[in-house]
Design a protein around this ligand. Structure first.
Ligand code: ADP
Ligand code: MG
Length: 444
């Protein structure tokens, strides 16, 4: 199972995140449907519990329809004689499991509240809409559709709505679920002939939060089921909140009737925060973690990671770990040192879209104009998509910028190309081979 997890996470996380969070963790044992995982620091534990634990649960379903819950423990606790206490759940904890709090019932992460959410350019609109919805669920914006790139706070904001509603009305029936878990639950309900209770469970909530709805693509049966869930909730004025990495009509293979329903309410996007907002997020995080970091170092870190808040948090941990290891205070110099290979591993300094285009053109024996053009020949389309994919992977250019450099194409075309190649890479050996070669040639 651990190997399965590693493989899955390797695809899902950026290389740096993977190194920081997954490689440093080690599985201890699997017992009573619990997997015990040891991590090196409190920050790691926190990150695991916040961001990775639910993924482990989902992966276990995927792996073998099992319910496995991760228990994250500190490596330092492993060495203490109290290890057995940490590893063997006491009766107290099993009681806790039986008597779930409203938060656990709703599957909300206690840290994703409005209080811990920093507003700024990029998320102001989404934040305002989320506030309105939490105050007046089911009446103003239904559904609320929040879309934007990875790690920009969609899940956080969506769960904040749940928290706020529960604060105001502790009896409210709130449910958070990823679209993948919804699909899994649905499939299980068919296999176990428990569709009745599945329907009851989802059609009787006051607030339904469905995360990453783009994964409904290709799932016909699940879409059908969700269509009915949606209608029931909508007609009884219950609030629905959805997130996705793109607009409803950009989700491939999403039924037209769902697309149109998703547009009934309000769609708001979250875009990457500017430097000031990123610095504010880091400052808040540093205070929460009791880290002593001077302001100039904070804005330095914020200046280095510009697209993804999750990566930003990762960078902060990295700097912190580096400072502890070397027993030095955090300064700009130390931060630069700590983040050095992080930059190298992802975007290649000095690599331009031009250069990628000319290498790809040479490799596939087409012209750069072909890549920038509109011709749909098979011999050109694939190289064009690969070139876009590499531009996205290896430079820090935004989607619109890449589109522009490919003869003024729309950013959704670029997104589509990247998705396509990512998918092909899963099992097409020729493409894997080509991409590896191209990446190597671009390194020089
Ligand atoms: P998404 O769902 O868009 O991929 P998440 O909601 O999981 O992103 O956010 C990734 C991480 O960044 C989380 O730990 C979240 O708390 C943090 N984060 C994102 N945006 C903000 C923000 N505006 N203020 C504070 N933390 C944020
Ligand atoms: Mg999310």
């Amino acid at each position: 199972f651990w190997e399965f997890l590693q493989k899955k996470f390797k695809q899902e996380f950026a290389a740096v995140s993977y190194q920081t969070w997954i490689e440093s963790a080690q599985p201890i044992k699997l017992e009573n449907q619990k997997i015990y995982i040891a991590v090196p620091s409190g920050l790691h534990k926190d990150y695991w519990e916040r961001n990775i634990s639910t993924k482990v649960v989902e992966a276990a379903y995927e792996y073998g329809n099992q319910e496995i819950v991760p228990v994250v423990i500190l490596e330092s606790e492993l060495k203490k004689p109290t290890t057995t206490a940490a590893l063997n759940p006491t009766t107290e904890t099993s009681e806790n499991i039986q008597k779930k709090s409203p938060l656990q019932e709703a599957h909300l992460n206690s840290k994703y509240t409005f209080d811990s959410f920093v507003t700024g350019t990029g998320n102001q609109m989404a934040h305002a809409a989320a506030l309105v919805v939490s105050e007046e669920p089911g009446t103003m914006y239904n559904p609320l559709f929040i879309y934007g790139g990875v790690g920009l706070g969609k899940t956080h904001l969506m769960q904040a709505i749940g928290h706020r509603l529960l604060d105001r009305k502790p009896q409210a029936n709130v449910k958070y679920i990823s679209s993948e878990s919804f699909a899994n639950d649905f499939i299980n309900s068919i296999q176990n002939r428990t569709q009745e209770s599945f329907r009851n469970e989802y059609r009787t909530v006051d607030l339904l939060l469905v995360d990453d709805i783009q994964f409904f693509a290709d799932k016909e049966g699940t879409q059908e089921e969700f269509f009915h869930t949606f209608n029931t909730l909508y007609n009884t004025k219950k609030q629905i909140v959805l997130t996705s990495d793109r607009l409803p009509n950009e989700i491939p293979k999403l039924q037209e009737r769902l697309v149109s329903r998703f547009k009934w309410g309000l769609s708001v996007d979250i875009t990457a925060p500017d430097l000031e907002t990123r610095t504010a997020i880091l400052r808040k995080k540093a205070i929460a973690e009791n880290l002593e970091i001077p302001d100039d170092a904070l804005s330095y870190i914020a200046s280095q990671i510009d697209s993804n808040v999750r990566e930003l948090e990762g960078a902060l941990v990295r700097v912190q770990a580096y400072s502890t290891m070397n027993n030095e205070d955090i300064t700009i110099g130390l931060a630069a040192e700590a983040l050095k290979d992080l930059k190298d591993s992802k975007h290649q300094a000095g690599l331009t879209i031009d250069k990628i285009q000319s290498q790809v053109a040479k490799y596939y024996k087409v012209t750069v104009d072909d890549l920038k053009g509109k011709r749909r020949n098979k011999t050109i389309v694939l190289p064009r998509q690969i070139a876009m994919y590499l531009a996205r992977e290896l430079t820090d250019s935004s989607l619109p910028k890449i589109g522009q450099d490919f003869g003024g194409k729309d950013h959704t075309t670029v997104l589509h190309s990247c998705d396509k190649i990512t998918k092909l890479l899963e099992n097409d050996l020729t493409i894997q081979h080509d991409i590896t070669n191209l990446k190597a040639s671009l390194k020089n």
